[in-house]
Design a protein around this ligand. Structure first.
Ligand SMILES: [Zn+2]
Length: 552
């Protein structure tokens, strides 16, 4: 029988991951880009997760190349456009590429330090932590700016109510924010500009807007932004411009979504502002900055200082900031610079607090320190948050937190088992499982930071990895290396607990007492001691070489 005719004249086939295939279908990525210059590729076969290089049915004889965009390559040089993010500006998932790779500039709206930040605020900060860490994991050099709003309507009101100067009132909440950040293992930003220390930049920005004729002084003495002079106003929040009330003004920092008006850039000093020390001299009159102006001025000042640009690669915050805060930031910044302010806008969804014992104490207000004081492991909080996509609302309940805590514990046990493994001699099943996990992990996070999928892959690894360890599989060291890399992003290994000498002495004494009870067949006493140990978080296990203990 003659050999089948060669089909080598057919264009070759390119097999890529599902994320890349989606981008190709939308015309955002060409097969040539995906294949690193292989221009004639014809068929895109998409697969979920890692690419398995088997040619699709009916394509035998056609040259096939498999490309795993998510694996083992430097994102910037070899596999551009791997990461795709949902951009609120375009309402689409788009391939992310920074203006000047490998540098990525990231601005995130920080806390208003009138009080403790609540756990809903920290959901936003944690989503931003995931973004930042994954950018770093992907090979980028991130410069992260987070402001601290230490002067606005709320801080002034709170300081006045407490009978304190502004600085005196906000300082402890700034400290508390940093403590809570560290508890939750959030990577510190590179700079934390404070509004009260950035007033000269705010004054300069107002002057620029006055010179350009997009700002004016109202009869109340405050300076306003004229939204009618900025034709693209409403682009981010998709406001119908016909709703704009030309000439109508709003002085407060926060206002209704359906009421776009000229907003205050600089508020004339009132006696209440002077009383708490929240007023500064300016060429256009003594006063204080509006909240929206603060973020524009601080981000532009810092991004210019670090990176000689007036355009941010990424700007992130909670969904509640889209209007008016971020809309106003765009208007102020772009009207002043004439350049795009931020290329990607990312927004995290809300957190609902329901039925938790801790929140009941404060109505619906739950802080990070409440969790810390209750002995909640930050790893459990992180895992709980990763298990819901950042663009979906999350219900925070005691049950969900407990389940995440159990997950963290399982992960920690698996990680410890890997450490007792084969010491890295050769490859084995574990190495294979871990390599597959790593590909799944990257594909998930490349797809608009799909952390729930990344976590599902993680627990699949724990499940299959435990079975492989039971079967004495090799490759534990390689698997541990993969897990270590993934943990630079998720950071959900349990917090190591250490016993002080006093506790350790007590544990030894109790275990000895239990051994004595068991030897004299007093099992009731032995059980009582076991329960006593458990009450202080000590878990014991009887082994042929004696009783082992650990803190849980
Ligand atoms: Zn802001």
């Amino acid at each position: 029988m003659p050999a089948p005719a060669s089909r080598s004249a057919d264009p070759p086939i390119l097999v890529v991951t599902d994320v890349a295939a989606r981008l190709v279908r939308r015309g955002l990525l060409t097969p040539a880009d995906a294949a690193g210059g292989w221009r004639s590729a014809r068929v895109i076969v998409f697969r979920s997760g890692p690419v398995v290089c088997d040619p699709p049915p009916g394509t035998r004889g056609i040259e096939t190349r498999c490309v795993d965009l998510s694996r083992g390559r430097s994102y910037v040089s070899a596999a551009p456009m791997t990461l795709a993010l949902y951009n609120t500006l375009t309402r689409r998932v788009e391939p992310f590429a920074p203006l000047a790779p490998p540098r990525v500039t990231l601005y995130t709206c920080g806390p208003t330090v009138w009080n403790y930040a609540h756990i809903g605020n920290f959901r936003t900060f944690l989503f931003e932590d995931l973004l930042r860490r994954y950018l770093v994991y992907s090979g980028y050099d991130v410069f992260h700016i987070m402001n601290l709003t230490d002067v606005d309507d709320r801080t002034i009101k709170a300081a006045a109510a407490a009978g304190k100067r502004l600085e005196e009132h906000t300082a402890p909440f700034v400290e508390a924010f940093f403590e809570d950040r560290d508890y939750l293992r959030i990577t510190p930003a590179h700079v934390y500009p404070r509004a009260t220390q950035s007033v000269p930049a705010m004054v300069r920005l107002v002057e620029r807007l006055l010179e350009r004729g997009v700002a004016y002084k109202g009869e109340d003495g405050s300076i306003y932004f004229a939204i009618a002079k900025f034709p693209t106003y409403g682009r981010l929040s998709r406001l119908d411009t016909r709703e704009l009330k030309v000439g109508a003004r709003v002085a407060s920092d926060e206002y209704a979504k359906d009421d776009p008006r000229d907003f205050a850039l600089w508020k004339k000093a009132e006696p209440a502002d002077e009383q708490v020390g929240a007023a500064w001299d300016a060429p256009f009159g003594r006063g204080r900055p509006g909240w929206h102006l603060e973020c524009s001025a601080m981000s532009l000042e810092q991004v210019e200082k670090c990176c000689r640009t007036e355009t941010l690669d990424l700007h992130a915050g909670g969904v509640d900031l889209i209007f008016p805060h971020h809309e106003d930031e765009i208007a102020q910044s772009e009207a002043a610079t004439g350049k795009p302010f931020a290329r990607f806008w990312l927004h995290g969804e809300f957190l609902n607090v329901r039925g938790t014992k801790m929140s009941k104490r404060f109505g619906n207000f739950l802080t990070a320190r409440d969790l810390r004081d209750q002995g909640v492991d930050a790893a459990a909080v992180r895992l709980l948050f990763w298990q819901t996509h950042y663009r979906k609302a999350l219900d925070f309940t005691d049950e969900a937190l407990a389940a995440a805590g159990a997950g963290v514990k399982r992960l920690g046990e698996f990680y410890a088992r890997l450490g007792e493994g084969d010491g890295g001699k050769g490859d084995g099943d574990l190495a294979t499982l871990a390599a597959r996990f790593e590909a799944d992990f990257r594909a998930a996070l490349d797809d608009d930071l799909n952390a729930p999928r990344a976590c599902a892959a993680l627990f699949q690894l724990v499940h299959e990895g435990n079975a492989a360890l039971d079967a004495k599989a090799r490759g534990a060291a390689a698997a541990r290396g993969v897990l270590d890399r993934a943990m630079t992003v998720l950071d959900v290994l349990p917090t190591a607990k250490t016993a002080d000498t006093e506790l350790e002495g007590w544990i030894r004494e109790r275990i000895a007492a239990r051994d004595k009870a068991r030897k004299s067949k007093d099992f009731r006493e032995a059980d009582r001691i076991r329960a006593e140990l458990a009450g202080r978080g000590v878990e014991i296990e009887d082994t042929p070489s004696g009783t082992k203990w650990r803190l849980v």
